[in-house]
Design a protein around this ligand. Structure first.
Ligand code: MCA
Ligand code: AMP
Length: 510
């Protein structure tokens, strides 16, 4: 008997044959891709990857602008049985250097404007194949793929085989690559398809970046698995979203997207009349945004909670019979996912008690790439993953996230780890020490700021420090403001009291 192929691509592809000549993806520059186009293009790209004769488990790293072809590269990587490693286009040289040396990809695909610096980094990291891909369908990747056959048998993969590695920054030290398997991604995609009640004829507005879980997995997998057309935006633009609402039924965004849409007078009940579902996640949604959305559009936002290590964990209900959507909560554990809230001693807490959120399920990742000790630290002896989030269940089983035990800032849906920014600041001449915190920000939810203590006699300039950081780290991580102080507030243990710094600056971007 033929063994079942658990390659995630096979499940996503099931819809390709149903209606091959219908539009699968329509872009904001007027292109339409049919399901048959997706089938052919992923076959050609997979054949190109296959022609490189790479060992099983080889990584394909991609740092490109958002484009349909970048999504096709992801799908082709799965199809070829290789491991996809998406990288934010905002990452600068030092960041990329680390990822390439740590992940040792066999293939790197970059924007051609970045080739002059990505090429040498890839060489140094021993990468055998470097291709370019631009958002106007040019670059060596597509040129080479065009010479390949458009037929390809998907590689055989088991549920436990790696599909992707997603880097999440570490609270201290090095960034960690979360290893996600075909089984992790497919089980979660199927769960969401059922729980969010995907319907025949659903149309998704895809407005998120595709180098993180929300845009790459939750949004794209949802539409592909359901055979739903995607109205594809290369970049989030509230007006472009509004224009497409009358033709769409599903939208997914981080809270900043909802805040920006609410600033548009054109966002009305009429504009949203055809919509079925608005999903929010990746960062806390303010109750004000939740309520204003209800008043303005007549729709109740569905807030859900997830992580790179676990994909989606909890969600407010979609169907009325599953319950109501409660603002300020992330809903209940998804079917098949277990969530518990425990105290510092690991004991299970009762409803309404605040503690550490731990999770278990088929969606939970395999571990951190080449970091067995770190992986072991993040799991309990009985196999639960410690999320680093702090929360409580209410009597109805709805989870509220009240904070994080990890020192993490979420700005516009992007994670910023203070330790990383502090280490760059501390390495700057004239800086004695620094503290990076997040303060409330009307647009980004949290805004990154830094408090810097200059060395005696040193004269530091905010603009110069910002300019230096912009060369070292992704733009969204760079503090929006830097303040200078003679010393940092510390407690009796000598630990910097970040809560005091946060309250000192809490009105800055309110
Ligand atoms: C851009 N900038 C930012 C951010 N984005 N600064 C802080 N935080 C940000 N998120 C900077 C730009 O570099 C620029 O800096 C300045 O802000 C103005 O840019 P603007 O045009 O406003 O930005 P934008 O290009 O419109 O981007 C804003 C955005 C974008 C659309 C909200 O950040 C975005 O797409 N966020 C979504 C992130 C996401 O998909 N997260 C999901 C992760 P300068 O002026 O200095 O040049 S997945 C996840 O978290 C888990 C698993 C989950 O649960 O989903
Ligand atoms: P990432 O490392 O990018 O996977 O980000 C995961 C983190 O985002 C989680 O551990 C949470 O802290 C946060 N997060 C995701 N969704 C939500 C949400 N709906 N509300 C609050 N925090 C969230």
């Amino acid at each position: 008997m033929k063994k079942h192929n658990s390659n995630l691509f096979c499940a996503l592809r099931a819809a390709f044959d149903q209606n091959p000549n219908a539009v699968a993806i329509e872009t904001d520059n007027g292109l339409a891709y049919t399901w048959h186009d997706l089938e052919r293009a992923t076959a050609m790209l997979a054949n190109l990857l296959g022609s490189l004769r790479l060992p099983a488990g080889s990584r394909v790293a991609a740092q490109t602008d958002k484009s349909v072809e970048a999504l096709l590269l992801y799908l082709a990587t799965l199809r070829a049985g290789l491991v996809y490693l998406p990288l934010n286009i905002a990452y600068q040289q030092a960041e990329l250097d680390y990822f390439l040396r740590d992940a040792e990809p066999a293939v790197v695909v970059c924007a051609s404007r970045n080739l002059p610096w990505v090429g040498p980094l890839a060489d140094k990291a021993g990468v055998a194949h470097v291709f370019t891909l631009d958002d106007d369908r040019t670059g060596s990747l597509l040129a080479r793929a065009a010479q390949m056959s458009d037929r390809h048998e998907p590689a055989h993969r088991d549920v436990d085989d790696l599909a992707a590695i997603l880097y999440t920054s570490g609270t201290t030290g090095r960034s960690k690559g979360a290893m996600l398997t075909h089984g992790n991604l497919l089980s979660n995609a199927r769960t969401l398809q059922a729980y969010w009640d995907w319907q025949p004829g659903d149309v998704l507005i895809h407005a998120l970046p595709i180098f993180h879980v929300h845009g790459l997995f939750v949004a794209s997998h949802g539409a592909l698995l359901n055979g739903s057309t995607m109205l594809w935006l290369s970049k989030f633009d509230p007006r472009a979203v509004l224009e497409r609402l009358p033709r769409a039924t599903v939208f997914m965004g981080v809270p900043t997207l909802y805040v920006r849409l609410l600033a548009e007078p054109g966002l009305t009940r009429e504009a949203c009349a055809r919509m079925r579902l608005f999903v929010s996640g990746s960062a806390p949604l303010l109750i004000e945004t939740f309520r204003e959305w209800q008043t303005r559009t007549g729709h109740t936002l569905l807030e859900r909670y997830g992580m790179s290590e676990t994909v989606m964990l909890a969600s407010n209900p979609c169907r009325a019979e599953d319950g109501e959507r409660v603002g300020g909560t992330v809903g209940r554990p998804l079917p098949g996912v277990q969530i518990r809230v425990v105290g510092d001693d690991g004991a299970l807490l009762a409803a309404d008690e605040v503690g550490h959120i731990q999770v278990r399920g088929p969606n939970v990742f395999k571990g951190y790439w080449r970091m067995p000790e770190k992986t072991a630290e993040e799991f309990t002896a009985d196999g639960w993953f410690k999320t680093g989030d702090v929360g409580r269940f209410d009597g109805r089983g709805y989870l509220t996230i009240v904070g994080r035990s990890k020192d993490l800032i979420i700005s516009g849906g992007y994670n910023v780890y203070p330790a990383e920014i502090e280490s760059h600041l501390n390495d700057t001449e004239g800086v004695a020490e620094s503290a990076v915190v997040g303060v409330p920000h009307a647009d980004f939810g949290e805004g990154v700021i830094a408090i810097v203590v200059p060395r005696p006699g040193a004269v530091l300039d905010e603009a110069a420090l910002v300019a230096r950081l912009k060369q070292q780290i992704a733009n969204y991580k760079v503090p929006k403001r830097i303040f200078f102080q003679d010393e940092l507030p510390r407690n009796a243990m000598g630990k910097v009291q970040k809560n005091l710094l946060r309250s000192q600056h809490e009105k800055l971007f309110a």
